[in-house]
Ligand binder design. Structure first.
Ligand SMILES: C[S@@+](CC[C@H](N)C(=O)[O-])C[C@H]1O[C@@H](n2cnc3c(N)ncnc32)[C@H](O)[C@@H]1O
Length: 375
């Protein structure tokens, strides 16, 4: 897919200026589309997608107390801030684009507990140790330089109270030619790299999902510190792999089931890497057939008509077919089918992210469909 205003930042000492200019242009041309390519066709669909993404992705496993203070990095026109406003006492949004901020303020003028600021790359309007929850979705994947993402990680450490939660999505695909080249194709990370950076910055990593996909999510808890207020307003309850479900997944992807589960549990491989063979075998499969097979292999079911139509449209519009696999692996449904509640004895805040070998075999019932959207 050809994205306009994807200006190369090479040679510029000020990538933040280019990011602002490009996102201002995108906002003026078609803000809804560039924010949420999959659901930007009507206002109704756009705002409904914000509520769904808040519940299924941003707050997955997280409970917010009514007195929580939250911050969104890269808030666009407030797609997620709007429903969040009903779940928190106060929410701040920051965005690099003046035009996005102008539109967000207009779209949220009936929501008194949200404030939106323009940023040049920091959270400078937000007081130190004042927040319980910081999040970001489909933003870091567009930032062309890692130093800009690192600045936000440092800012999250600054604004969060002790034990506050930072949850964000980043692009975890192996670096390709397009990665980090302009203001649309942003930087990519190996999971270990981000984990190391978060820990060095002052976080304890509680959870990582969707490793090696475009939709890699990290959930981290800011360490306590003498003299810093503590937060109990954002709580994370993690999940662990459901071993029998993992074995069945390995089998559907053409691997030895038991061996697959052990390798994943030991951290020797990831689900996305296991799907490489499937992707290679279906390079030339017709889109509809490919989507059906991907659903069966990854989610163990046939696609619903909306999911089928959505991903066929994505492939036909030029989005790489790997993206279907990424979305299904990073979807709430994948999690619900392959992970299970952490046993009570293991507290989420003290857990390592290495999946536990003590997973139960019961699996949560599953209702949700659909993966996250391409931005
Ligand atoms: C795809 S949109 C997502 C908006 C919002 N997170 C949502 O899900 O509705 C990406 C947003 O990130 C903003 N953005 C891009 N680079 C940024 C940066 N370096 N700092 C802050 N915001 C940025 C863009 O202006 C745009 O509003």
């Amino acid at each position: 897919m050809k994205i306009p205003y994807a200006r190369s930042f090479f040679g510029s000492r000020r990538p933040s200026r280019l990011m602002r200019k490009d996102w201002d242009l995108r906002a003026r041309e078609n803000a809804l589309f560039y924010i949420d390519c999959g659901h930007g066709e009507s206002e109704t669909e756009f705002w409904a997608s914000g509520r769904k993404d808040l519940d299924l992705l941003i707050l997955r496993g997280i409970s917010l107390a009514p007195d929580a203070v939250a911050v969104e990095i890269g808030c666009g026109i407030g797609r997620i801030l709007r429903p969040l406003a009903g779940r928190a006492a106060r929410a701040y949004g920051v965005d690099i684009s003046r035009e996005m901020v102008r539109r967000a303020r207009r779209a949220l003028r009936d929501v008194p507990n949200v404030r939106v600021f323009r940023t040049k790359g920091a959270l400078d309007k937000i007081p130190t140790a004042s927040c319980d929850f910081v999040y970001s979705f489909i933003v870091f994947q567009h930032i062309p330089v890692k130093s800009a993402v690192s600045l936000y990680i440092g800012e999250a450490v600054r604004v969060l109270k002790g034990r506050g939660i930072f949850r964000f999505q980043a692009d975890g695909r192996a670096s390709g030619e397009a990665a980090g080249t302009d203001t649309w194709n942003g930087v990519r990370y190996a999971a270990g790299e981000l984990r190391g950076e978060l820990e060095a910055a002052g976080f304890e990593v509680l959870d990582a999902t969707g490793e090696d996909t475009q939709y890699m999510w990290f959930t981290a808890c800011r360490r306590s510190e003498a003299g810093r207020p503590e937060s109990a307003a954002a709580q994370f309850s993690g999940a662990v792999w459901d071993v029998p479900a993992l074995e069945r997944l390995g089998g559907r992807l053409g691997h030895d089931p038991a061996e697959t589960a052990v390798r994943i549990l030991r951290g020797e491989t990831g689900v996305r890497l296991l799907a490489e063979g499937f992707i290679a075998a279906h390079r030339d499969t017709a889109p509809a057939d490919y989507v059906r097979r991907a659903y069966r292999a990854i989610l163990d079911r046939d696609p619903d008509p909306d999911g089928l139509a959505f991903y066929i449209r994505e492939i036909e519009s030029g989005i790489a077919r790997e993206n279907v696999v990424d979305c299904l692996i990073a979807s709430p449904e994948f999690d619900a089918k392959h992970r299970t509640k952490r046993p009570a004895a293991e507290s989420a805040t003290s857990a390592t992210t290495r999946p536990s070998l003590t997973a139960e075999s019961t699996r949560p019932s599953l209702t949700a469909e659909s993966g996250p959207e391409e931005a």
